[in-house]
Design a protein around this ligand. Structure first.
Ligand code: ZN
Length: 240
């Protein structure tokens, strides 16, 4: 059984880099070494398309993943017959499968969100959309201030944690407060990524990657500009 597991894992390891190179760079958050590869069209519609030609590979990866999961679940059973549940950690941060509890939760009907948000904000925040790369005006904002959730106004990221990633999406190495974002496993498109959501309104913000600045946290919060509102920090009397 363990020989079979080793073989499956080795096979998956061998295929994964190829898969990543072919498909991941077509998705939100792709490294800049491939240049401007998202369809490059700004405005509504963005870049939500599933990578063309990836379907067969995605299906292969899904079946392979299911096989590995079944074997691993079997191996995780301890002699006493109880399953061990381990919390997932990514980039040094705990991944939460359920929306974090908060006293100030904002819960609205879909119709109400649609009424409150602009169409592109609604598509991204409520339907997990992705804006086209290099289109958000917030890419070029470097003034002191805080980027708030466009859905519920919760402060999410500060300018002093923003860096130029070259990916085309506003990028931050940490949130203003860990509890203000919800990090959730995202297995959509046959990939294993960490989704970043607002912990107050559960709005989709973007994804977390661990290829951020090494001299900071090493994390890259790759965020859709449409999900944010920038509020400039007003100089205090001493600073002005
Ligand atoms: Zn929010």
């Amino acid at each position: 059984m363990f020989e079979t597991l080793a073989h499956i894992v080795a096979d998956a390891d061998a295929k994964w880099p190829l898969y990543q190179e072919r498909n991941l760079n077509l998705m939100e958050g792709a490294p800049s070494r491939f240049g401007r590869i998202i369809n490059g069209r700004c405005g509504p519609g963005g870049s939500d398309a599933t990578p063309a030609g990836a379907t067969k590979d995605v299906m292969n990866m899904v079946f392979l993943s299911i096989g590995i999961a079944i074997v691993l679940i079997g191996c995780a059973t301890v002699p006493g017959g109880e399953s061990q549940t381990q919390k997932r950690v990514y980039g040094g941060l705990e991944v939460e499968e359920k929306s974090p509890e908060r006293k100030d939760k904002v819960v609205l009907s879909d119709a109400e969100w649609k009424r409150r948000l602009k169409p592109e904000q609604y598509r991204i925040l409520r339907n997990k959309g992705t804006e086209a790369a290099f289109c958000s005006p917030l890419n070029d904002v470097h003034k002191p201030g805080v980027f708030h959730c466009a859905g519920c106004d919760l402060p999410l990221f500060a300018t002093d944690a923003k860096f130029t990633s070259g990916t085309g999406w506003p990028s931050f190495f940490q949130p203003v407060e860990r509890k203000n974002v919800w990090l959730k496993s995202d297995f959509s498109y046959g990939m294993d990524r960490i989704e970043v959501l607002c912990s107050r309104c559960d709005g989709h913000l973007g994804h977390l990657f661990n290829d951020g600045p090494r001299n900071k946290t090493g994390n890259r919060f790759c965020i859709n500009g449409e999900s944010l509102i920038f509020r400039e920090k007003k100089p205090t009397a001493d600073e002005s």
